[in-house]
Write a protein that binds this ligand. Structure first.
Ligand code: MF3
Ligand code: CO
Ligand code: CO
Length: 258
């Protein structure tokens, strides 16, 4: 069942989305060569806690840290560690999920560390564009498959592929809820968007093929061909006439996080 949120719940989703956005913007200001992902994890954990929230990843199905940090050929769910130090030329996805007053906000960006290769630059920019092209499809009357179709078309036109094993998801009191939001054309249930639905769009775009493997730590997902992958994520609300990006940095202007 896909939940339709009422006005009070929507306000809580806005507040949690804003905190997740503020945390990710804080993280973006810290990213530079020499920063360990464990240090970044600590900064984000403190930021969320200091603003009255909870970091959803910590202890989620046993995940050991407060954010995910996924570098270069890591597709998603990378675990911050002390040994993992950012270096010039890396691309790193930082994925922040907050819980505030019981509701989740989930957002990520891929950051370029210093000067990066042309390929790293392109896959990062294409992943961001794919996310926004998917988001543009979200309005009442549209359907979930419209998102994947728009993303797949742009990724393929750019010579890249779309990860199939991980999808966007409904999100509210539950971190990963219905509906599933594939970032490619799929068969099967294709629900219509209705005002009050909340879900993420979070395409993972690979330079090589779409195949991925799970590492022995049970979390880290890498490309099987060792080529680069980039991801962006926002949490969305379906409105009467379109959508609202609950994790947009634009919402930070004039907010308590300014
Ligand atoms: N934030 C991720 C997502 O976009 C999920 C991370 S789950 C974790 O859905 F346990 F790895 F943190
Ligand atoms: Co998500
Ligand atoms: Co996320």
């Amino acid at each position: 069942m896909i939940e339709i949120l009422g006005p009070a719940e929507i306000e809580k989703m806005r507040a949690s989305g804003l905190l997740a956005a503020a945390c990710l913007r804080m993280a973006s200001r810290e990213i530079k060569p020499g920063l360990s992902t464990e240090r970044l994890d600590k900064l984000c954990a403190e930021y969320v806690r200091d603003h009255g929230g909870i970091s959803a990843p910590l202890n989620y199905k046993g995940f050991p840290k407060s954010i995910c940090t996924s570098i270069n050929e890591v597709v998603c769910h990378g675990i911050p560690t002390k040994k993992q130090v950012l270096k010039e030329g890396d691309i790193v996805n930082v994925d922040v999920t907050t819980i505030l007053a019981g509701y989740h906000g989930d957002t990520s960006r891929t950051f370029k560390v210093g000067k990066v290769s042309a390929e790293a630059d392109l896959v990062t920019d294409v992943a961001e564009k794919c996310m926004y092209l998917g988001i543009e499809q979200v309005r009442p009357g549209g359907r979930v498959r419209d998102i994947g179709a728009a993303i797949e078309d742009h990724a393929h036109a750019s010579g890249f592929s779309v990860v199939r094993d991980y999808c966007g998801h409904g999100i509210h009191r539950v971190f990963h809820a219905e509906p599933q939001i594939p970032h490619y054309r799929f068969r099967g249930a294709n629900p219509r968007f209705k005002p009050g639905m909340t879900f993420t769009v979070e395409p993972m775009i690979n330079v090589g093929n779409w195949r991925v493997k799970l590492l022995g730590d049970g979390w880290t997902v890498k490309t099987t061909d060792g080529k680069l992958s980039a991801q962006f994520e926002h949490t969305l609300l379906v409105t009467e006439d379109g959508h609202e990006i609950l994790t947009s940095w634009d919402n930070l202007e004039g907010s308590k996080y300014e």
